[in-house]
Design a protein around this ligand. Sequence first.
Ligand code: SAH
Ligand code: MG
Length: 199
Amino acid sequence: MNEKIYSQIRDIKKYALENKVPIMTDAGIDYLTRFVANHQIKNILEVGTAIGYSAIMMALSNPNVKITTIERDQERYMEAIKNIKKFDLENRITLIFNDALDVELDDTYDLIFLDAAKGQNIHFFEKFERRLTGNGTIITDNMEFHGLVGQNEQDMSRNLRGLVRKIREYHDFLEKNEKYDVKFLSIGDGLAIAERKEL
Ligand code: SAH
Ligand code: MG
């Protein structure tokens, strides 16, 4: 990557920090981009664009991939449009401004990356696995939620406790899902890698 690209990436990360946009950590994005670079992936669906950081990083890591990414927050969506233009990636990244649960897609995807509302992952998974190619992979971020998922619930507020329980439920849902080989990685904020067994 050249100096201009590096500096544009730094700008996006700075914006995220200043505006409290929860983009992936360096370790998380590093794993994800390696995955995208090292697998035969053509089509990616991302749920949770935010300002386009992870979509841009995935696109840069593999010149063959196309990405469709969904965001429901208008301000972030607008910022994502700007960022994707800066990298000239409009032809490889398609943005959808909507709640993911209301989006109907006809395409299929080799990789689905779930990085939106942490409490809705079972719904996202069940909705979008229909759009996964044969032995494609579903990667989910924030499985550890700043270490809270492994902690005692007693010290948590009611809201937080509810969210932590939902992440644990999703963890169990994945673990019990016999259609997928699943591994949980303590990388970044915690990643789940669910690879569908051959259909
Ligand atoms: N993937 C991004 C970070 C995403 S942060 C990156 O690493 O660069 C999570 C985003 O998901 C937020 O911007 C939030 O607005 C969005 N989101 C949460 N629930 C959603 C839903 N149901 N539909 C669409 N977007 C959603
Ligand atoms: Mg995340």
